[in-house]
Design a protein around this ligand. Sequence first.
Ligand code: URA
Length: 329
Amino acid sequence: MPVVTLAHDRDFAGWRNAARSLALKGVAPADVEWRIGLPASEARPPGDAIFHVPRAFIDLARSAIQSDDPERFSLLYALLVRVRDEPGLVEAGKDPLVARLRAIADAPAGNKSETGALFGAMANPRARIGGNAQAAWEAVRADAMSCTRCHLYQCGTQTVFGEGPVDAPLMFVGEQPGDQEDLAGRPFVGPAGQLWNRAMGDAGIDRSQAYVTNAVKHFKFERRGKRRIHQKPEAPEIQACHYWLDQEQAILKPVITVALGATAARSLFGRVVTISATRGKAHVMESGGEAWVTVHPSFLLRVRDDREAEYARFVEDLVRVKKRLKELT
Ligand code: URA
């Protein structure tokens, strides 16, 4: 009988990894034993395994896992196996298993942490953010520190996770940590980060009030002598790391997410987009929030012609975002 041992009793990421892997192998729900205590390392899915489930299922699973019901992991796995063949099952809402899981998810406070309320399906993406978002974020960040979802964990010094207030209405997404970020373990602290800080100041946005992260959370580089030269992340790396961005989005539910550059935009939109076609306008995301696209600050460091004009355009984009955020909040 496969035994899945989750890292802690609210370990949604561990459950999701394990459940996906078991479902891909066709393991029957009755054959799985769910335990809590150690990392779920054996059940990690292959990095490129694709397994789509409806958003409604993910929302229900996130919420139900926050309860104390001892059967929640196995019930969710049983539902996951069925949802693969019946994608509308959760939304139809009539199935007894769905009803039972909804009751678990909606159990009164005391029987579950506030974090559960964070993830329920909702019209206003921020309507149910609770005080325990911080705990949820810390759990996800802790999981990300030992991420092996793609080969890049062997490359950088450490996972560079996002930082900032978990109730920030504004999220910025960069490409990947650079040399200095990799060493410091913090996003946007190197030259591109300094230029971005300046532009944020010029636009009147307080960086400390925004959440800042990257599409890829390990530094990808090529060694040349003593130097570590940045290499652009490729599609499989962006896709593997989207798992973490997705969780950051689910916890923060930002009103506006700003993609800094094409890699960030690709991760957010799930497809290749050009800056020229997407820049300077709102794109409504599945979550209900808006995505805005602008250039990456390192572009401004590289550009030779009209650097000042490009910088001014970048600041204008940030001002537009600030204005839009004011309208929405
Ligand atoms: N460039 C990025 O995209 N992110 C960082 O954190 C630093 C540089």
